[in-house]
Design a protein around this ligand. Structure first.
Ligand SMILES: NC(=O)c1ccc[n+]([C@@H]2O[C@H](COP(=O)([O-])OP(=O)(O)OC[C@H]3O[C@@H](n4cnc5c(N)ncnc54)[C@H](OP(=O)(O)O)[C@@H]3O)[C@@H](O)[C@H]2O)c1
Length: 233
């Protein structure tokens, strides 16, 4: 069964996604917006979070390395272990992201890979204790992947945490159930800076948003909660 998907992002009032670029607070300090983000993440009590290849490479900070031990390579599914806590999931069609052994911040890592990923990368992931699923398509069938995550790992609620391209793909495919957008009282203002969603010519005609609530959090951050509906709902 497909897990419930909640899209969670923090943004400036002009919709950009790099908090390190945002204007500072009235007292002149830079706020740690990530602390607000983490609080909402924790409150959701989801059993997995998922990010795209670019974002996961920023988080994992690991480089390519030879597997520490030789093992037969499994396809399409390798379950290194099941998590007692949360799963950290990467959408990485070409196998460009590498991981250190031991998971990420206590979360067990699952890589979602494209069909053409080489066996050498699968061997590296398995040796590092990473679980993986290989798609039957080069570009990853995300809906099919979500089904496997629900069936094989028991994931019921997944938080989609960017970046822009990954959010766009999920929204265009109708795979997002709700969005929680945290709007910081700050502006980016730069030209040609990414927004929180990016998808080809855009998403007009592909979905509709219904506002469920708007809450003020600490430091003037506003949480906008939307249900994501099919167009014309
Ligand atoms: N403000 C926030 O709350 C927040 C949250 C998360 C991230 N961020 C920021 O967002 C930035 C990255 O955003 P981004 O859009 O450049 O990158 P991203 O979404 O993290 O990763 C994009 C990559 O994911 C893979 N991918 C996405 N959709 C796919 C699909 N349908 N099938 C197969 N692969 C798919 C592709 O990898 P390949 O290129 O390998 O094909 C694609 O280039 C980072 O700088 C990060 O700091 C901000």
């Amino acid at each position: 069964m497909k897990p419930k998907v909640t899209l969670l992002m923090i943004t400036s009032v002009d919709g950009r996604l790099h908090p390190s670029r945002f204007t500072s607070s009235p007292d002149g300090t830079r706020r740690d917006w990530s602390a607000q983000y983490e609080k909402v993440h924790e409150a959701l009590k989801a059993d997995a979070w998922l990010v795209g290849r670019v974002t996961m490479a920023e988080i994992s900070k690991a480089g390519p390395h030879a597997p520490s031990k030789a093992a037969a390579v499994e396809r399409p599914l390798h379950i290194a272990s099941k998590s007692e806590g949360s799963y950290a999931i990467a959408l990485d069609p070409s196998g460009k992201v590498h991981f250190k052994p031991g998971g990420l911040g206590g979360d067990h890592v699952i890589a979602l890979l494209g069909r053409d990923v080489p066996d050498s990368h699968l061997a590296e992931l398995a040796a590092d204790g990473v679980s993986y699923i290989v798609s039957d398509r080069a570009d990853i069938d995300i809906a099919a992947m979500l089904d496997v995550l629900g069936r094989e790992f028991g994931i019921r609620h997944l938080v989609l945490e960017g970046g822009a391209g990954t959010n766009g793909t999920f929204l265009a495919a109708g795979l997002v159930d709700e969005m929680r957008i945290l709007v910081a009282p700050a502006i980016d203002g730069g030209e040609n800076v990414q927004g929180i969603v990016a998808y080809g010519d855009g998403l007009a005609g592909k979905l509709a948003l219904q506002l469920k609530s708007a809450d003020t959090l600490e430091h003037g951050v506003v949480q906008l909660h939307y249900a994501v509906l099919p167009p014309g709902h």
